[in-house]
Write a new protein. Structure first.
Length: 209
């Protein structure tokens, strides 16, 4: 899939656009997670950024450190913004669930809050695929809102979305079931900088294949 505005996530994030970057720019935990990822990478690593959004902060931070970054996002608007903001990285407009992933082809994969609009079974399948795309010893960073919810209707930055997630223990089990070991974990609470925002829990897992 290249451009599919019928995809719910594409519709929502096309509408949200650059506002997403502004709303979450204040997340110290996100910045710290990227710094920790950088510390574990060899020079010129190949990195997959799933749900790359506007390209900031993840793709920009990683590319600026000299790594080869491929961002994949389902929203054409987000991909266009990312391509403009981070020209030193590469971006593809595609559904990551359908995107071809070669075995052991990446040194690291980062997935910052990109699973929340997928059903649980699809989240499990995708994490297994992403784990397989890592080279042995490779790093996978996952961030989510660790709530035990499935198909819940919500309004996110003015857009109606359906949210599915796992509680903390179940999310860790998802990771270990994919053959990954959690090497670092951070839980925090963050309030996005946008009208009507409320504090939300965030969980960051740094994992190794």
């Amino acid at each position: 899939m290249t451009e599919d505005h019928r995809h719910p996530a594409a519709e929502a994030f096309d509408a949200i656009g650059a506002g997403y970057e502004t709303a979450f720019a204040g997340s110290a935990a996100h910045r710290d997670s990227l710094e920790r990822l950088l510390e574990g990478l060899a020079p010129h690593s190949r990195i997959l950024d799933v749900g790359s959004g506007t390209g900031r902060p993840a793709a920009r931070t990683l590319a600026a450190a000299g790594h080869e970054v491929l961002g994949v996002d389902v929203s054409p608007v987000m991909v266009e913004l990312a391509s403009q903001r981070v020209p030193e990285a590469s971006f593809r407009c595609a559904d990551i669930r359908e995107f071809p992933l070669e075995e052991e082809s990446f040194d690291a994969v980062c997935v910052y809050f990109s699973l929340l609009q997928m059903p649980r079974d699809e989240q499990r399948v995708l994490v297994h695929r992403l784990a397989g795309a890592l080279r042995p010893g490779g790093l996978l960073v996952l961030a989510t809102v660790p709530l035990d919810v499935e198909g819940v209707s919500a309004v996110f930055m003015g857009q109606e979305v359906r949210v599915t997630s796992f509680g903390p223990e179940a999310f860790r089990a998802l990771v270990s079931g994919a053959g990954l070991t959690v090497v670092h974990e951070v839980g925090t609470v963050f309030t996005p900088s946008c009208p009507g925002a409320v504090p939300e829990p965030h969980l960051f897992l740094h994992c190794r294949r």
